[in-house]
Design a protein around this ligand. Structure first.
Ligand code: SAH
Length: 313
């Protein structure tokens, strides 16, 4: 999974921009600007409610095309003192996507920097967002017997070893969650993790997506997006081990509604044509409807221990 996604020459993310109608899949910030605007409001609110620390760090893990960060910065431009206090960090491993992000974010903030790993974040209060980042980190799968599932060669073709998967573990996901939570516990701040996943249960959730459809994960390694559902229970445990607190997960639809998604859509519609308003409302529907992304996608926050319940939880 790691090689298929992250191999420097052949890895899926390392060699392409996979998003949008002509790509393999699309994500919330690419569907509607409301997503990034509300995440921006949440992050600026967290900054204000922790005493407007300055300097502070605004960061994103796995920024894709840079659309979410662009919307966050646009939506928060008028929060007094916020942008002036910020250094902005984008954590990205793919040179192709970093180049796309540099174009999207040109002029969006005077202090943009790109990092490869969360360990490189400077020791400042951290306000971090990660959307569909943790699902892209490699997992290992196990059978009821405790034996690990392997990718094997069978008659010269890739295949899975026989058995029924009952458990997955994502060591890189837990290590990164631990790192973020520990940073926030030591230096202050808050993080918002949004992804499809589960609080309990799981089983076999490995999936491959190409051209907006599911495909066999072993068919063309490096050519399809490979993900697993995020184990939010494991992220919460990792956050506590890192010395922080975890809140949620709450369903994305519930979270965005609590932050005022409908009000924001109505406001955008006021100044839009009927056709644009229709697009705004159908984008919102995709994000919040339980039948679409509203229920499977979930939101979790990391804060320092003993913090009040964050907005939306
Ligand atoms: N957040 C974006 C994109 C999600 S796709 C959106 O919502 O549209 C996953 C992103 O994480 C891509 O930018 C990918 O290159 C990046 N990524 C994957 N593994 C990573 C890792 N280990 N470290 C940093 N970035 C990673």
């Amino acid at each position: 999974m790691e090689l298929a996604l992250a191999h420097p020459d052949h890895g899926y993310y390392m060699t392409r921009d996979p998003f949008g109608a002509g790509g393999d899949f699309t994500t919330s910030p690419e569907i509607s600007q409301i997503f990034g605007e509300l995440i921006g409001a949440w992050l600026a609110g967290a900054w204000l409610s922790t005493g407007s620390p300055s300097p502070a760090l605004l960061a994103e893990c796995g920024p894709g095309r840079g659309t979410l960060m662009r919307d966050i910065l646009r939506a928060t431009a008028r929060v007094p003192g916020f942008h002036e206090s910020l250094q902005v960090a984008l954590i990205e491993t793919s040179p192709v996507l970093e180049a796309v992000q540099r174009r999207t974010l040109q002029g969006a903030h005077p202090s943009l920097r790109w990092l490869r790993r969360v360990e490189e974040l400077p020791s400042l209060p951290l306000f971090l967002a990660a959307n569909e980042f943790f699902d892209a980190l490699p997992i290992r799968q196990f059978f009821a017997s405790g034996e690990e599932r392997h990718v094997i060669l069978s008659d010269g073709c890739l295949a899975f070893s026989e058995g029924e998967v009952t458990r997955e573990i994502g060591e890189p996901a837990s290590a990164i969650a631990n790192q973020i939570a520990s940073h926030i516990a030591h230096h202050g701040g808050a993080a918002l993790v949004v992804d499809y996943g589960y609080a309990e249960g799981g089983g076999d959730t490995l999936q491959a997506v190409k051209n907006h459809a599911f495909t066999d994960p072993l068919e063309a390694p490096g050519e399809a997006d490979l993900t697993a559902h995020v184990d939010f229970g494991a992220l919460a445990d990792a956050s506590r081990h890192g010395g922080g607190a975890a809140h949620g997960p709450v369903p994305q639809g519930v979270f965005l509604r609590r932050l005022g998604a409908e009000l924001r859509a109505a406001h955008l519609c006021k100044n839009a044509s009927e056709k644009d308003c229709h697009a705004i409302l159908s984008g919102l529907e995709r994000l919040v409807s339980p039948a679409q992304m509203g229920e499977l996608f979930k939101v979790m926050a990391f804060t320092p221990p003993c913090s009040p319940l964050p907005e939306g939880f």
